[in-house]
Design a protein around this ligand. Structure first.
Ligand code: HEM
Length: 320
């Protein structure tokens, strides 16, 4: 399959994109639970219990998708390293050479242990300690992806900076996109809750998420610029390479997401606060719900682009 003439490995790109989405989804949903849902819905234990079980359901689903795509990614990586077909890569035992002798293999092993730990934390969902541990382990699970991509192959001091920027980037991407999924669930549960009780709590949750969103966006821009500086290096490389053009498309999608987030924060949220709490389905709330879903779709498109970006030669190597 080709992208503007650049040959890309379709199955690898798809697997990476779905895996990034699932890993970011787990961490983001758990960040939303701890920093938004739990504090905002404390006055409604029954309402919070429903939201918490829905968030846990999504975290489990994302974990399952993450484990399956992680295994497929390992096989696809083995196929490309050893130039083997799917069957041979699995049967020949070459996969163990990749697991035991490559950085990708070591990171995959560590992430497999983190996935098992995370399952245990999610099972022990009633203990406060296991909830915070789940958040920590889920963040480590997504952050470790940095060692599998371009950031993992940049050497020296610059390599440390690149890894730090990429870890921040992955965690911020999780908080925003995974958090949006959490917000969509909260809106969904809110449809069936008595408005006078739920509207003020929902308004509080929206404001708390908005703060989490702003911090994530700031972190995404700073870490994204650091990544771009290391992997692109010049405006010329941004314009004349496949890598650069794809990154520009990604930044364009990001800018559209920011526009929707700004409308939500600066216009819809203040308007919603003025509507009497007895009104169950004010139009501002439907608009917020719709914009949240649009932002999620744009976020998924960005994960798809990143699925490709990490398989292309960084622009900085292609332009003198
Ligand atoms: C919603 C916004 C964004 C999301 C969800 C997102 C997500 C991601 C993810 C998951 C990666 C993969 C990291 C890896 O493979 O190690 C990545 C890499 C990257 N991102 Fe972003 N990002 C976002 C915004 C941005 C912005 C605004 C910029 C630039 C200013 C940017 C620049 C980059 C670069 C240069 C890379 C490195 C790709 C590579 O490994 O070749 N990102 N992003």
């Amino acid at each position: 399959m080709s992208w503007f003439g650049a040959e890309i490995d379709g199955p690898l790109v798809l697997t990476r994109a779905v895996h990034f989405t699932a890993s970011a989804g787990i961490a983001g949903v758990l960040m939303f639970r701890s920093f938004v849902a739990e504090p905002a819905l404390r006055p409604s234990p029954e309402g919070y219990a429903i939201v918490r079980s829905r968030l846990a359901g999504l975290a489990w689903m994302a974990l399952a998708v993450g484990v399956v795509t992680g295994l497929i990614w390992l096989v696809l990586q083995t196929m490309s390293i050893a130039a083997l077909g799917w069957g041979e890569a699995v049967k020949s035992g070459e996969i163990w050479t990749v697991v035991n002798e490559t950085q990708f293999g070591l990171v995959t092993e560590i992430r497999a242990v983190l996935a098992v730990l995370l399952s245990a934390c999610l099972l022990l969902r009633h203990s406060v300690l296991s909830r915070w541990l789940a958040l920590l382990v889920a963040s480590a699970l997504v952050a470790a992806i940095a060692w599998t991509g371009h950031a993992g192959s940049t050497l020296g001091e610059l390599g440390n900076l690149h890894l730090a920027a990429d870890v921040l980037h992955l965690c911020a991407a999780s908080a925003w996109i995974g958090g949006l999924a959490g917000l969509a669930i909260l809106f969904e549960v809110g449809r069936r809750r008595p408005a006078p009780e739920w509207r003020p709590l929902q308004q509080d949750a929206i404001s708390r998420f908005s703060i989490l969103g702003m911090i994530s966006v700031a972190a995404l821009i700073v870490s994204g610029l650091a990544n771009a500086w290391i992997l692109v290096g010049s405006f010329r490389a941004l314009l004349v390479t496949d890598y650069g053009r794809l990154l520009l498309l990604k930044i364009a999608a990001f800018a559209i997401m920011i526009a929707f987030a700004a409308v939500n924060r600066l216009w819809l949220t203040p308007r919603l606060a003025l509507v009497p709490k007895e009104v169950a389905h004010p139009s501002a709330l439907s608009a917020l719900r719709r914009n949240t879903l649009i932002e999620i779709v744009l976020g998924l498109a960005i994960f798809a682009m990143v699925g490709v970006l990490g398989t292309l030669h960084p622009a900085i190597h292609l332009v003198q």
